[in-house]
Design a binder for this molecule. Structure first.
Ligand code: C5P
Ligand code: C5P
Ligand code: C5P
Ligand code: ZN
Length: 492
């Protein structure tokens, strides 16, 4: 039995279909989840002795699917996308262009008027038999299973039906699946939940993963201690956050030997006792400076360590690993990220680290831009247009980071525009757990509002995106504002 029993049957069917193929074209999405999905799936194919080629796409639209259909492959495996384009893919399948296998976690598109339900496989669109998606068995695709998780379920099934049995039944790939889930921000209150926990357990049992309680600050593996604290602005601590001298004074006041050969050590490099001392002092300082108790709680949380990866590299921490991957694929270097995931620890890692410093600078500049320009508030949504100042591939990450900061309401979804080219504009949207609880479904908002102006979109209830014709931005905002009003039961 696999890590997600409800998906066992469909996973086995998908694996058997792949084993019948002479070769497979594997298509995946250009983000951390898409890269880890491709790595998990391609390693599993390789171990099963099935030849493959990997291609990455920013978005899977009609043009991209047509370009895939034009390739001489009878079998196409889509990972981390495909469900949202089921209608288009099914048409190609009917035309005999290729047979699809899909391992995804996005909202499925409606095929032939059938609306996929959460109640089981009865509404499975008949055309596409090999469709593995948590949403089809009542699991939440935004928090319970990622694209890499779905690919991992498939990899586990491939281990069983393939010609040769890989060591541990592919359970060593659980670490990559967890990186994908963390990269898609699937953690709820800092912790992976639902089907994701089954994958964590398998990774721990296989000895590739450790789950622990630790400081949640970003950069524990790689940042020198003062930088770790100075840049930790998710929970601002007066006198430490954004305050280099303050962070150094705080560390020096602890009576520990936190430098080695004159250089500051990293969190990863501390002993358990030293970590305990710094963490307690940090929490105490936050309390003294009046940081709200709820925020203080988020300073400590669940962390996922990839125990086979070298200490002091991004690869050891699931959160840092995922950011490293976004820094490659979102800048047209998916090849670098895939190589890192598949085990190239030299040339590719070095290249990825250079891309990462560039990505970090872009995120920080993007956030500053939104804060300086501010957002426009409609009744039910808020939005800003970054033009070409923020890359369309990262505008969603920036929008998510901006939600809840000064001037950006946490009670309204945010829409963020970025220019793709002269003809097309990318829109990213981000919501919050409480808004989804009240009925927000950004996947439907993006798809319907975009279609009403001649574009298309999709995604998850809490985070979704679309492409619209340039010039239709305001019409799109108006349409989205109305749909959100309907979903939340607001009067418009
Ligand atoms: O392809 P798609 O699945 O990439 O992407 C998920 C996106 O949704 C990520 O960019 C992530 O930041 C966002 N997300 C979020 N909050 C959640 C879950 C996902 O912002 N709770
Ligand atoms: O880039 P990615 O989507 O993986 O970022 C996830 C989260 O990690 C961001 O929302 C941000 O809070 C944090 N992050 C950070 N510093 C960075 C990159 C990401 O704090 N340089
Ligand atoms: O690009 P962005 O980070 O805003 O994407 C958020 C989510 O919406 C991702 O899961 C992405 O795959 C999805 N999306 C989509 N169709 C689009 C754009 C984004 O399904 N046209
Ligand atoms: Zn994903």
């Amino acid at each position: 039995m696999g890590p997600v029993p409800d998906l066992d049957d469909v996973a086995t069917a998908c694996a058997q279909r792949l084993c019948r193929a002479d070769r497979v074209l594997l298509a995946s999405h250009i983000d951390a989840d898409g890269l880890t999905s491709a790595a998990v799936a391609s390693l599993a194919l390789e171990r099963a002795g099935i030849p493959f080629e990997v291609v990455f796409k920013k978005q899977l639209d009609e043009t991209e699917i047509a370009s895939i259909a034009a390739r001489e492959y009878d079998t196409v495996l889509f990972t981390d996308f495909g469900s949202g384009q089921l209608d288009v893919i099914s048409e190609h399948e009917r035309a005999g262009d290729f047979e699809p296998v899909i391992a995804d976690h996005h909202q499925p598109a409606v095929v032939d008027g059938q609306r996929p339900s959460a109640s089981g496989t009865d509404s499975h669109p008949a055309e596409t038999e090999f469709h593995l998606n948590p949403l089809l068995v009542g699991l939440d695709g935004a928090s319970e299973l990622s694209g890499a998780g779905a690919s991992y379920v498939l990899a586990r099934a491939l281990a069983e039906v393939g010609e040769t049995e890989p060591p541990d039944g592919n359970r060593d790939l659980a670490g990559l699946a967890v990186v994908g889930a963390v990269g898609d921000m699937q953690a709820v209150d800092g912790e992976l939940v639902g089907a994701n926990t089954g994958i964590v357990e398998e990774g721990v049992a296989a000895g590739v993963l450790e789950e622990g309680t630790d400081l949640t600050l970003y950069g524990k593996q790689t940042r020198p201690l003062p930088k770790l604290l100075e840049y930790a602005t998710e929970v601002p601590i007066p006198g430490i956050s954004n305050d280099e001298a303050g962070a150094i004074r705080f560390l020096e006041s602890l009576g520990l030997d936190l430098k080695r050969s004159g250089e500051w050590r990293t969190w990863a490099d501390l002993t358990d006792d030293e970590r305990q001392t710094v963490a307690s002092a940090l929490v105490q300082r936050a309390v003294e400076r009046g940081v709200p108790a709820d925020d203080i709680q988020t300073l400590i949380g669940t962390t996922y360590t990839l125990t086979e990866e070298p200490t002091g590299t991004e690869l050891r921490d699931a959160s840092e690993f995922s950011t490293l991957l976004n820094a490659t694929a979102r800048y047209e270097r998916a090849d670098v990220g895939l190589a890192v995931c598949r085990g190239d620890r030299e040339a590719a890692l070095d290249r990825a680290q250079t891309l990462l410093s560039n990505h970090r600078r872009n995120l920080s500049e993007g956030l500053t831009l939104i804060q300086e320009r501010g957002v426009t508030h409609e009744d039910n949504v808020q939005w800003f247009d970054a033009g070409s100042a923020i890359r369309e591939t990262i505008v969603g990450i920036v929008a998510g980071m901006a939600l809840g900061t000064a001037g950006v309401d946490a009670d309204k979804p945010i829409l963020a525009f970025a220019s793709k080219d002269d003809d097309e504009t990318k829109v990213s949207s981000r919501g919050t757990g409480p808004l989804v609880g009240r009925g927000l479904d950004l996947s439907a908002v993006m798809r319907e509002a975009a279609r009403s102006v001649g574009g298309d979109g999709g995604g998850h209830d809490i985070a979704a995106g679309a492409t619209v014709p340039a010039g239709e931005e305001q019409a799109f905002v108006d349409a989205a504002d109305e749909i959100v009003a309907d979903q939340l039961g607001n009067k418009s």
